[in-house]
Design a protein around this ligand. Structure first.
Ligand SMILES: NC(=O)c1ccc[n+]([C@@H]2O[C@H](COP(=O)([O-])OP(=O)(O)OC[C@H]3O[C@@H](n4cnc5c(N)ncnc54)[C@H](O)[C@@H]3O)[C@@H](O)[C@H]2O)c1
Length: 355
Protein backbone atom coordinates (compact mmCIF):
# COMPACT_ATOMS: atom_id res chain seq x y z
CA UNK A 1 0.00 0.00 0.00
CA UNK A 2 1.08 3.61 -0.54
CA UNK A 3 3.45 5.09 2.04
CA UNK A 4 2.44 8.65 1.08
CA UNK A 5 -0.01 9.81 3.75
CA UNK A 6 -1.70 12.32 1.45
CA UNK A 7 -2.66 9.60 -1.02
CA UNK A 8 -5.67 7.70 0.29
CA UNK A 9 -6.56 4.16 -0.83
CA UNK A 10 -9.99 4.23 -2.50
CA UNK A 11 -12.11 1.11 -2.98
CA UNK A 12 -14.60 1.69 -5.78
CA UNK A 13 -17.72 -0.41 -6.36
CA UNK A 14 -15.79 -2.25 -9.07
CA UNK A 15 -12.88 -3.00 -6.71
CA UNK A 16 -15.27 -4.04 -3.91
CA UNK A 17 -17.01 -6.52 -6.21
CA UNK A 18 -13.64 -7.94 -7.29
CA UNK A 19 -12.52 -8.09 -3.64
CA UNK A 20 -15.65 -9.96 -2.52
CA UNK A 21 -15.37 -12.39 -5.45
CA UNK A 22 -11.61 -12.88 -4.95
CA UNK A 23 -12.05 -13.69 -1.25
CA UNK A 24 -15.33 -15.60 -1.91
CA UNK A 25 -18.69 -14.30 -0.60
CA UNK A 26 -19.08 -16.87 2.18
CA UNK A 27 -15.48 -16.57 3.36
CA UNK A 28 -15.80 -12.78 3.28
CA UNK A 29 -18.99 -12.96 5.40
CA UNK A 30 -17.39 -15.35 7.89
CA UNK A 31 -14.19 -13.32 8.25
CA UNK A 32 -16.15 -10.07 8.47
CA UNK A 33 -18.35 -11.57 11.22
CA UNK A 34 -15.09 -12.38 13.04
CA UNK A 35 -14.01 -8.72 12.89
CA UNK A 36 -17.49 -7.57 14.02
CA UNK A 37 -17.41 -10.01 16.94
CA UNK A 38 -13.89 -8.90 17.88
CA UNK A 39 -15.13 -5.30 18.14
CA UNK A 40 -18.28 -6.27 20.11
CA UNK A 41 -15.96 -8.05 22.54
CA UNK A 42 -14.12 -4.75 23.18
CA UNK A 43 -17.33 -2.70 23.18
CA UNK A 44 -16.27 -0.53 26.09
CA UNK A 45 -13.23 0.81 24.22
CA UNK A 46 -15.44 2.52 21.60
CA UNK A 47 -16.69 6.07 21.49
CA UNK A 48 -20.44 5.60 20.94
CA UNK A 49 -23.28 7.86 19.88
CA UNK A 50 -26.65 7.24 18.21
CA UNK A 51 -26.26 7.94 14.52
CA UNK A 52 -27.04 11.44 13.29
CA UNK A 53 -30.15 11.27 11.15
CA UNK A 54 -31.61 13.86 8.79
CA UNK A 55 -35.20 12.88 7.98
CA UNK A 56 -37.37 13.96 5.06
CA UNK A 57 -40.79 12.82 3.90
CA UNK A 58 -39.06 10.50 1.39
CA UNK A 59 -36.33 8.95 3.51
CA UNK A 60 -33.36 9.51 5.75
CA UNK A 61 -29.67 10.40 5.41
CA UNK A 62 -27.46 9.33 8.29
CA UNK A 63 -23.89 9.69 9.53
CA UNK A 64 -22.51 6.91 11.71
CA UNK A 65 -19.26 7.77 13.52
CA UNK A 66 -17.20 5.85 16.07
CA UNK A 67 -13.61 5.51 17.28
CA UNK A 68 -11.56 3.02 19.28
CA UNK A 69 -9.00 5.72 20.17
CA UNK A 70 -6.57 4.57 17.46
CA UNK A 71 -8.79 4.71 14.41
CA UNK A 72 -11.91 6.73 13.62
CA UNK A 73 -14.56 5.59 11.17
CA UNK A 74 -17.78 6.93 9.77
CA UNK A 75 -20.36 5.85 7.24
CA UNK A 76 -22.71 7.99 5.18
CA UNK A 77 -25.87 6.00 4.48
CA UNK A 78 -29.35 6.74 3.18
CA UNK A 79 -32.66 4.90 3.37
CA UNK A 80 -35.27 5.77 0.73
CA UNK A 81 -37.91 3.00 0.31
CA UNK A 82 -39.46 4.71 -2.75
CA UNK A 83 -36.14 4.68 -4.64
CA UNK A 84 -36.52 1.22 -6.19
CA UNK A 85 -39.59 2.46 -8.11
CA UNK A 86 -37.27 5.00 -9.76
CA UNK A 87 -34.55 2.47 -10.55
CA UNK A 88 -32.43 3.54 -7.55
CA UNK A 89 -31.22 1.63 -4.48
CA UNK A 90 -33.13 1.99 -1.18
CA UNK A 91 -29.81 2.04 0.68
CA UNK A 92 -26.48 3.44 -0.57
CA UNK A 93 -23.38 4.15 1.47
CA UNK A 94 -19.72 5.08 1.55
CA UNK A 95 -17.30 5.33 4.44
CA UNK A 96 -13.97 6.53 5.75
CA UNK A 97 -11.42 5.09 8.17
CA UNK A 98 -8.95 7.58 9.65
CA UNK A 99 -5.87 7.60 11.87
CA UNK A 100 -6.71 9.24 15.21
CA UNK A 101 -3.06 10.25 15.72
CA UNK A 102 -2.78 12.46 12.62
CA UNK A 103 -6.47 12.80 11.72
CA UNK A 104 -5.55 11.69 8.20
CA UNK A 105 -8.00 9.40 6.35
CA UNK A 106 -6.53 5.92 5.70
CA UNK A 107 -9.31 4.52 3.52
CA UNK A 108 -12.26 5.76 1.49
CA UNK A 109 -14.58 3.03 0.27
CA UNK A 110 -17.91 2.28 -1.28
CA UNK A 111 -20.17 0.80 1.40
CA UNK A 112 -23.41 -0.06 -0.40
CA UNK A 113 -22.25 -3.63 -1.00
CA UNK A 114 -20.24 -3.58 2.22
CA UNK A 115 -23.33 -2.56 4.25
CA UNK A 116 -25.31 -5.51 2.89
CA UNK A 117 -22.41 -7.80 3.81
CA UNK A 118 -21.95 -6.35 7.30
CA UNK A 119 -25.71 -6.41 7.99
CA UNK A 120 -25.92 -10.08 7.00
CA UNK A 121 -22.77 -10.88 9.01
CA UNK A 122 -24.09 -9.04 12.10
CA UNK A 123 -27.50 -10.74 11.88
CA UNK A 124 -25.94 -14.19 11.60
CA UNK A 125 -23.47 -13.42 14.39
CA UNK A 126 -26.33 -12.40 16.71
CA UNK A 127 -28.22 -15.56 15.71
CA UNK A 128 -25.18 -17.67 16.62
CA UNK A 129 -25.86 -16.66 20.23
CA UNK A 130 -29.67 -16.52 20.08
CA UNK A 131 -31.15 -18.92 17.52
CA UNK A 132 -32.40 -22.36 18.54
CA UNK A 133 -29.69 -24.98 18.33
CA UNK A 134 -29.58 -26.92 15.11
CA UNK A 135 -31.79 -24.45 13.19
CA UNK A 136 -31.77 -25.23 9.46
CA UNK A 137 -34.78 -23.30 8.09
CA UNK A 138 -35.11 -19.54 7.76
CA UNK A 139 -38.02 -17.48 6.44
CA UNK A 140 -36.99 -14.27 4.71
CA UNK A 141 -39.77 -11.72 4.35
CA UNK A 142 -38.64 -8.92 2.03
CA UNK A 143 -36.52 -10.21 -0.82
CA UNK A 144 -34.81 -7.01 -1.97
CA UNK A 145 -31.16 -5.92 -2.04
CA UNK A 146 -30.23 -7.22 1.42
CA UNK A 147 -31.92 -10.62 1.20
CA UNK A 148 -29.27 -12.81 -0.50
CA UNK A 149 -26.57 -11.45 1.82
CA UNK A 150 -28.72 -12.43 4.81
CA UNK A 151 -29.24 -15.92 3.40
CA UNK A 152 -25.55 -16.52 2.70
CA UNK A 153 -24.42 -15.16 6.08
CA UNK A 154 -26.82 -17.53 7.87
CA UNK A 155 -25.60 -20.40 5.72
CA UNK A 156 -21.93 -19.63 6.43
CA UNK A 157 -22.25 -19.03 10.17
CA UNK A 158 -25.18 -21.27 11.18
CA UNK A 159 -25.59 -23.85 8.44
CA UNK A 160 -29.04 -22.63 7.33
CA UNK A 161 -29.87 -24.51 4.14
CA UNK A 162 -33.65 -24.17 3.77
CA UNK A 163 -35.15 -20.81 2.80
CA UNK A 164 -38.80 -19.79 2.68
CA UNK A 165 -39.11 -16.54 0.75
CA UNK A 166 -41.94 -14.03 0.69
CA UNK A 167 -42.19 -10.54 -0.77
CA UNK A 168 -45.20 -8.40 -1.64
CA UNK A 169 -43.66 -8.28 -5.09
CA UNK A 170 -43.27 -11.85 -6.38
CA UNK A 171 -40.57 -10.78 -8.84
CA UNK A 172 -38.29 -9.90 -5.88
CA UNK A 173 -38.66 -13.45 -4.50
CA UNK A 174 -37.96 -14.95 -7.93
CA UNK A 175 -34.85 -12.73 -8.26
CA UNK A 176 -33.63 -13.84 -4.83
CA UNK A 177 -34.24 -17.54 -5.57
CA UNK A 178 -32.51 -17.24 -8.97
CA UNK A 179 -29.46 -15.48 -7.47
CA UNK A 180 -29.10 -18.16 -4.79
CA UNK A 181 -29.63 -21.12 -7.12
CA UNK A 182 -26.80 -23.65 -6.94
CA UNK A 183 -25.50 -22.24 -3.66
CA UNK A 184 -26.69 -25.12 -1.49
CA UNK A 185 -30.16 -23.95 -0.49
CA UNK A 186 -33.49 -25.70 -0.72
CA UNK A 187 -35.71 -22.70 -1.59
CA UNK A 188 -39.50 -22.35 -1.40
CA UNK A 189 -41.21 -19.23 -2.70
CA UNK A 190 -44.31 -18.54 -0.59
CA UNK A 191 -47.45 -16.59 -1.36
CA UNK A 192 -47.88 -15.00 2.07
CA UNK A 193 -45.92 -14.17 5.20
CA UNK A 194 -48.01 -16.78 7.05
CA UNK A 195 -46.89 -19.47 4.63
CA UNK A 196 -43.26 -18.32 4.80
CA UNK A 197 -42.94 -18.71 8.57
CA UNK A 198 -44.37 -22.28 8.59
CA UNK A 199 -41.68 -24.56 10.03
CA UNK A 200 -39.05 -21.80 10.13
CA UNK A 201 -36.84 -21.71 13.23
CA UNK A 202 -35.50 -18.30 12.24
CA UNK A 203 -37.60 -15.48 10.77
CA UNK A 204 -35.82 -12.62 9.06
CA UNK A 205 -37.86 -9.52 8.24
CA UNK A 206 -36.06 -7.21 5.85
CA UNK A 207 -38.73 -5.14 4.14
CA UNK A 208 -38.58 -1.47 3.23
CA UNK A 209 -41.52 0.80 3.91
CA UNK A 210 -41.59 4.20 5.54
CA UNK A 211 -44.36 3.40 8.01
CA UNK A 212 -45.38 1.32 11.02
CA UNK A 213 -45.89 -1.88 9.04
CA UNK A 214 -47.05 -5.23 10.43
CA UNK A 215 -44.97 -7.77 8.57
CA UNK A 216 -45.37 -10.24 11.44
CA UNK A 217 -48.55 -10.54 13.51
CA UNK A 218 -48.55 -12.22 16.91
CA UNK A 219 -50.13 -15.47 15.66
CA UNK A 220 -47.30 -15.96 13.13
CA UNK A 221 -44.64 -16.40 15.81
CA UNK A 222 -44.54 -19.73 17.63
CA UNK A 223 -42.50 -20.53 20.70
CA UNK A 224 -38.78 -21.15 20.31
CA UNK A 225 -38.36 -19.00 17.21
CA UNK A 226 -35.56 -16.50 16.66
CA UNK A 227 -36.61 -13.28 14.92
CA UNK A 228 -34.01 -11.28 13.03
CA UNK A 229 -35.81 -7.95 12.50
CA UNK A 230 -33.70 -5.91 10.09
CA UNK A 231 -36.07 -3.60 8.20
CA UNK A 232 -37.43 -1.51 11.09
CA UNK A 233 -34.60 0.97 11.52
CA UNK A 234 -36.04 4.48 11.65
CA UNK A 235 -38.50 6.47 13.77
CA UNK A 236 -41.98 5.58 12.46
CA UNK A 237 -40.67 2.52 10.54
CA UNK A 238 -41.24 -0.87 12.20
CA UNK A 239 -42.13 -4.39 11.05
CA UNK A 240 -43.45 -6.33 14.06
CA UNK A 241 -46.75 -6.18 15.91
CA UNK A 242 -46.19 -4.85 19.42
CA UNK A 243 -47.60 -8.04 21.01
CA UNK A 244 -44.67 -10.03 19.60
CA UNK A 245 -42.24 -7.72 21.39
CA UNK A 246 -44.06 -8.31 24.68
CA UNK A 247 -43.59 -12.10 24.30
CA UNK A 248 -39.93 -11.91 23.24
CA UNK A 249 -36.58 -11.49 24.91
CA UNK A 250 -35.17 -8.53 23.04
CA UNK A 251 -31.50 -8.11 22.12
CA UNK A 252 -30.11 -4.86 20.73
CA UNK A 253 -26.89 -3.27 19.55
CA UNK A 254 -26.79 0.13 21.29
CA UNK A 255 -29.92 0.93 23.35
CA UNK A 256 -29.82 4.77 22.96
CA UNK A 257 -30.02 4.32 19.16
CA UNK A 258 -32.38 1.32 19.11
CA UNK A 259 -34.89 3.03 21.42
CA UNK A 260 -35.23 5.74 18.74
CA UNK A 261 -35.08 3.57 15.61
CA UNK A 262 -35.82 -0.08 16.39
CA UNK A 263 -38.93 -2.16 16.97
CA UNK A 264 -38.72 -1.14 20.64
CA UNK A 265 -39.76 2.43 19.76
CA UNK A 266 -43.24 0.86 20.19
CA UNK A 267 -42.50 0.08 23.87
CA UNK A 268 -41.97 2.08 27.05
CA UNK A 269 -38.54 3.75 27.24
CA UNK A 270 -37.54 1.50 30.15
CA UNK A 271 -38.69 -1.82 28.67
CA UNK A 272 -35.92 -4.32 29.44
CA UNK A 273 -33.54 -5.19 26.62
CA UNK A 274 -30.21 -7.01 26.57
CA UNK A 275 -27.18 -5.61 24.80
CA UNK A 276 -25.57 -8.01 22.34
CA UNK A 277 -22.02 -7.27 23.54
CA UNK A 278 -23.01 -8.41 27.03
CA UNK A 279 -24.18 -11.75 25.67
CA UNK A 280 -20.95 -12.12 23.70
CA UNK A 281 -18.84 -11.36 26.77
CA UNK A 282 -20.89 -13.70 29.02
CA UNK A 283 -22.17 -10.78 31.10
CA UNK A 284 -25.76 -11.63 30.11
CA UNK A 285 -27.55 -14.76 28.94
CA UNK A 286 -28.51 -15.28 25.31
CA UNK A 287 -30.95 -18.11 24.57
CA UNK A 288 -31.91 -19.86 27.80
CA UNK A 289 -34.33 -22.54 26.63
CA UNK A 290 -35.95 -24.09 23.58
CA UNK A 291 -39.31 -22.31 24.10
CA UNK A 292 -38.01 -18.77 24.41
CA UNK A 293 -38.70 -16.32 21.58
CA UNK A 294 -35.54 -14.32 20.93
CA UNK A 295 -35.64 -11.10 18.93
CA UNK A 296 -32.62 -9.33 17.49
CA UNK A 297 -33.95 -5.80 17.01
CA UNK A 298 -31.31 -4.83 14.46
CA UNK A 299 -30.88 -1.23 13.36
CA UNK A 300 -27.20 -1.27 12.35
CA UNK A 301 -24.58 0.33 14.57
CA UNK A 302 -21.42 2.33 13.77
CA UNK A 303 -19.00 -0.23 15.28
CA UNK A 304 -20.19 -2.81 12.71
CA UNK A 305 -19.20 -0.42 9.91
CA UNK A 306 -15.92 0.30 11.69
CA UNK A 307 -15.24 -3.47 11.73
CA UNK A 308 -16.11 -3.66 8.03
CA UNK A 309 -13.77 -0.76 7.23
CA UNK A 310 -10.99 -2.47 9.22
CA UNK A 311 -11.58 -5.73 7.40
CA UNK A 312 -11.47 -4.13 3.95
CA UNK A 313 -8.32 -2.18 4.81
CA UNK A 314 -6.64 -5.41 5.90
CA UNK A 315 -7.37 -6.98 2.49
CA UNK A 316 -5.82 -4.21 0.40
CA UNK A 317 -2.12 -5.06 0.56
CA UNK A 318 -2.59 -8.68 -0.52
CA UNK A 319 -5.16 -8.00 -3.25
CA UNK A 320 -4.10 -4.58 -4.57
CA UNK A 321 -7.79 -3.93 -5.25
CA UNK A 322 -7.83 -0.18 -4.71
CA UNK A 323 -6.90 3.06 -6.40
CA UNK A 324 -4.76 5.84 -5.02
CA UNK A 325 -6.82 8.97 -4.43
CA UNK A 326 -5.23 12.40 -4.38
CA UNK A 327 -7.51 13.46 -1.52
CA UNK A 328 -5.37 15.53 0.84
CA UNK A 329 -3.42 18.68 0.08
CA UNK A 330 0.30 18.17 0.69
CA UNK A 331 2.34 21.41 0.47
CA UNK A 332 6.15 21.01 0.78
CA UNK A 333 5.99 23.39 3.74
CA UNK A 334 2.83 22.48 5.74
CA UNK A 335 1.94 26.12 6.44
CA UNK A 336 2.36 27.19 2.83
CA UNK A 337 -0.99 25.95 1.53
CA UNK A 338 -1.58 29.20 -0.39
CA UNK A 339 1.92 29.02 -1.90
CA UNK A 340 1.08 25.57 -3.22
CA UNK A 341 -2.00 27.04 -4.89
CA UNK A 342 0.08 29.84 -6.47
CA UNK A 343 2.63 27.37 -7.81
CA UNK A 344 -0.22 25.32 -9.31
CA UNK A 345 -1.52 28.49 -10.99
CA UNK A 346 1.91 29.05 -12.54
CA UNK A 347 1.99 25.42 -13.70
CA UNK A 348 -1.45 25.83 -15.27
CA UNK A 349 -0.57 29.22 -16.81
CA UNK A 350 2.68 28.07 -18.47
CA UNK A 351 1.20 25.68 -21.04
CA UNK A 352 -1.40 28.35 -21.93
CA UNK A 353 1.37 30.92 -22.61
CA UNK A 354 3.14 28.44 -24.87
CA UNK A 355 0.14 28.20 -27.25
N1 LIG B 1 -30.67 -3.12 10.37
C1 LIG B 1 -29.72 -2.84 9.53
O1 LIG B 1 -28.52 -2.85 9.89
C2 LIG B 1 -30.08 -2.54 8.11
C3 LIG B 1 -29.05 -2.46 7.15
C4 LIG B 1 -29.41 -2.28 5.82
C5 LIG B 1 -30.75 -2.11 5.47
N2 LIG B 1 -31.71 -2.13 6.45
C6 LIG B 1 -33.13 -1.97 6.12
O2 LIG B 1 -33.55 -3.17 5.49
C7 LIG B 1 -34.68 -2.90 4.65
C8 LIG B 1 -34.52 -3.58 3.32
O3 LIG B 1 -33.43 -3.00 2.60
P1 LIG B 1 -33.20 -3.39 1.08
O4 LIG B 1 -31.97 -2.65 0.67
O5 LIG B 1 -33.25 -4.87 0.92
O6 LIG B 1 -34.50 -2.74 0.43
P2 LIG B 1 -35.19 -3.09 -0.98
O7 LIG B 1 -36.06 -1.92 -1.29
O8 LIG B 1 -34.16 -3.51 -1.96
O9 LIG B 1 -36.10 -4.38 -0.65
C9 LIG B 1 -37.17 -4.34 0.22
C10 LIG B 1 -38.20 -5.38 -0.22
O10 LIG B 1 -39.26 -5.39 0.76
C11 LIG B 1 -40.46 -5.67 0.07
N3 LIG B 1 -41.60 -5.27 0.90
C12 LIG B 1 -42.01 -4.02 1.25
N4 LIG B 1 -43.10 -4.09 2.03
C13 LIG B 1 -43.38 -5.42 2.21
C14 LIG B 1 -44.37 -6.13 2.91
N5 LIG B 1 -45.33 -5.48 3.60
N6 LIG B 1 -44.35 -7.49 2.87
C15 LIG B 1 -43.41 -8.16 2.16
N7 LIG B 1 -42.43 -7.52 1.45
C16 LIG B 1 -42.42 -6.18 1.47
C17 LIG B 1 -40.32 -4.86 -1.21
O11 LIG B 1 -41.20 -5.34 -2.23
C18 LIG B 1 -38.85 -5.08 -1.56
O12 LIG B 1 -38.66 -6.18 -2.43
C19 LIG B 1 -34.75 -1.37 4.56
O13 LIG B 1 -35.82 -0.95 5.38
C20 LIG B 1 -33.43 -0.89 5.11
O14 LIG B 1 -33.55 0.39 5.71
C21 LIG B 1 -31.39 -2.35 7.76
Amino acid sequence: MTAKLNVVPFVSVDSMMKLVLTVGVEKFLTELAGYIEEDFLRWESFDKTPRIASHSSEGVIELMPTSDGKMYGFKYVNGHPKNTREGLQTVTAFGVLADVGSGYPMLLTEMTILTALRTGATSALAAKYLAPEGARTMAIIGNGAQSEFQALAFKSLLGIDKLRLYDLDGSASRKCAKNLAGMGFDITICSSGHEAVEGAEIITTVTADKQYATILTDNMVGSGVHINAVGGDCPGKTELHRDILLRSDIFVEYPPQTRIEGEIQQLAADHPVTELWQVMTDKAAGRKDAKQITLFDSVGFATEDFSALRYVRDQLRATGLYEELDLLADPDEPRDLFGMLLRAEQAVAKPQMAT
